[in-house]
Write a protein that binds this ligand. Structure first.
Ligand code: NAD
Ligand code: ZN
Length: 351
């Protein structure tokens, strides 16, 4: 079969591979729609997870079941399915502790385009099908299902990590697709004010539609100073970080109230240390909590987040700015993600 792969750090291209084999608990999926992610860009062009050779990229997609293992109960050939970017081993000790995303080791629940071939192939493999697939209802289109693989669960996880509560004033740093979903999740959780860091016009428009109330630009001076000005020196209750670099934590800590929380889902692709400002962190005693996490995967979460889309409470179509038809366009869509034209939020390739 054909697949679009990372050839080595800095290089991606089409390759031929064997169709994946199906274990007794697993499924083989033929994609219906695919979407590239900023993480694919970090992986190939920044070498953020180290070198990989001829590894098929992609972890956002949905499809049709082509084959299931003998022990799979709830899915059969021909079923339309959604799948999350993170596919834990649910029997692992880490999953039993509530962190399936780290089953088998730190970040190891992230298998697609990390430890095994991703979804940008004519077929892809899903471990533990009953626990990692969800049925794709007719009320969710394949392109919407792609947003449920990673953008929705990651943005919402940032909100969970920050523990956003009714009435909170929340700062969302970075309003690419993940940050936009953090805005939507923050609004659903009942925040009263949502201050966003981001300058692109298109992103600001979409953020406003999801509930953003104020905007600042990270190129317009220190983020913390702008936030303090906007909040009359009070600062914010919570911060969600969905963009920027290792340096983004410093202003986040500075403008966070004592007792506040930072939820970061940003993938720090470069740098060695994250800087936490000692004084504004209360010399270590400010009760300003910093939580960084990988989105949890799994069927139950997919079904619950999917129900927000089917019920009309969350419109993910606003994230999709570029649409392609045909598998061969995966390359173009990924390069678009790398180049990030100003009007891009998320490209989707429908097969
Ligand atoms: P993106 O690159 O489209 O969006 C990030 C945004 O942040 C961009 O609009 C960029 O202009 C902006 N930005 C850059 N520097 C900034 C700064 N200093 N301050 C504020 N904003 C700044 O990426 P995305 O697809 O929205 O994903 C966001 C991050 O989440 C990426 O690092 C991605 O790899 C990561 N990610 C994490 C998980 C997870 O499970 N934790 C899953 C998926 C993606
Ligand atoms: Zn992704």
């Amino acid at each position: 079969m054909k697949g679009y792969a990372m050839l080595k750090i800095g290089e991606a291209g089409w390759i031929e591979k064997e169709r994946p084999a199906c274990g007794p608990l697993d499924a083989i999926i033929k994609p219906l729609a695919l979407s590239p992610c900023t993480s694919d860009v970090h992986t190939v062009w920044e070498g953020a997870i180290g070198d990989r050779h001829n590894m098929i990229l992609g972890h956002e997609g949905c499809g049709v079941v082509d084959e299931v293992g003998s022990l799979v109960k709830d899915f059969k050939k021909g079923d339309r399915i959604m799948v999350a970017a993170i596919t834990p081993d649910w029997g692992s000790i880490e999953a039993q502790a509530g962190f399936g995303q780290h089953s088998g080791g730190m970040l190891a629940g992230w298998k697609f385009s990390n430890f095994k071939d991703g979804v940008f192939g004519e077929y892809f493999h899903v471990n533990e099908a009953d626990a990692n697939l969800a049925h794709l209802p007719d009320s969710i289109s394949p392109e919407e299902a792609c947003m449920l693989s990673d953008m929705v669960p990651t943005g919402f996880h940032g909100v969970e990590l920050a523990d956003v509560q009714f009435g909170d004033t929340v700062l969302v740093i970075g309003i690419g697709p993940v940050g936009l979903m953090a805005v939507a999740g923050t609004a659903l959780r009942g925040a009263s004010r949502i201050i966003c860091v981001g300058t692109r016009k298109k992103c600001r428009e979409v953020a406003t539609s999801y509930g953003a109330t104020d905007f600042i630009g990270y190129k317009d001076g220190p983020i913390d100073e702008q936030v303090m000005k906007l909040t009359d020196g009070q600062g914010v209750d919570k911060v969600v970080i969905a963009g920027g670099t290792v340096e983004t934590f410093e202003p986040a800590v500075k403008c966070l109230k004592s007792g506040g929380r930072i939820g970061s889902v940003n993938y720090l692709g470069s740098g060695t240390y994250v800087t936490i400002p000692r004084i504004e962190w209360g010399c270590g005693m400010a009760n300003k909590n910093i939580c960084g996490g990988l989105m949890p995967g799994g069927r139950r979460r997919l079904e619950k987040l999917g129900s927000l889309v089917s019920s009309g409470k969350l419109d993910v179509k606003k994230l999709i700015t570029h649409r392609f038809k045909g598998f061969e366009h995966v390359e173009e869509a990924l390069l678009l993600m790398k180049d990030k034209p100003a009007d891009l939020i998320k490209p989707v390739v429908v097969l």
